[in-house]
Design a protein around this ligand. Structure first.
Ligand SMILES: [Zn+2]
Length: 189
């Protein structure tokens, strides 16, 4: 099982990019930090603002290579801890689930003999009219069926706890109660 955490600041960045792109698809690559066995935090992501239409996104490899080169440099070439984890793109007009084309493309990346990672993730994001991010993630492995990745979105009622709750020294039960209270106050879910 793979879990991926998205911080509030990265979610805010996705929101900005998606609202700027309007009905065009945008996307890029995802760089992650390994936190513990099977648990990752998105550390950074590239954004390619051109090459997308309402229903497709064509990746410009040289731009993402440059992004990863800088990421590795910044994180001290600690590949075991900081590495490429996969791809992301938006679905402005469709649900945030992989299309048949997405599934084919990701499987071909996972099956590529030059691909050294044990899995590659596809994160699909969509900006809802209320300004919330809808997202799903799947992991693709060589010669195997894709599996669903658990997403923990900071500040999201269905996912992780708010950062300010985490910093307080209170019990898990209290934090969950606090979270549920905040979620009902927000009027969301
Ligand atoms: Zn897609």
């Amino acid at each position: 099982m793979i879990r991926i955490r998205l911080s509030a600041s990265h979610l805010a960045r996705f929101k900005r990019e998606l609202s700027r792109a309007g009905s065009r698809e945008v996307g890029g690559v995802l760089a992650a930090e390994l936190i513990s066995d099977g648990v990752f935090t998105i550390a950074d992501f590239s954004v390619q603002r051109t090459g997308g239409s309402v229903a497709s996104f064509v990746r410009e490899p040289s731009m993402h290579k440059r992004f990863l080169r800088r990421f590795f440099q910044r994180t001290g070439y600690e590949y075991e801890r900081f590495n490429y984890i996969g791809e992301w793109h938006s679905h402005p007009l469709f649900p945030a689930v992989p299309s048949p084309t997405d599934l084919r493309q990701m499987q071909s990346i996972a099956d590529d003999p030059e691909q050294v990672a044990t899995f590659v993730v596809l994160l699909i994001v969509r900006l809802r009219p209320a300004g919330k991010i809808e997202a799903t993630a799947h992991a693709f492995r060589r010669g195997r069926l894709p599996v669903t990745v658990t997403l923990e979105m900071e500040g999201d009622c269905t996912g992780g706890l708010h950062a300010n709750e985490r910093s307080q020294r209170i019990s898990l039960r209290e934090r969950v109660a606090l979270r549920d209270e905040q979620c009902s106050l927000d009027g969301s879910r």
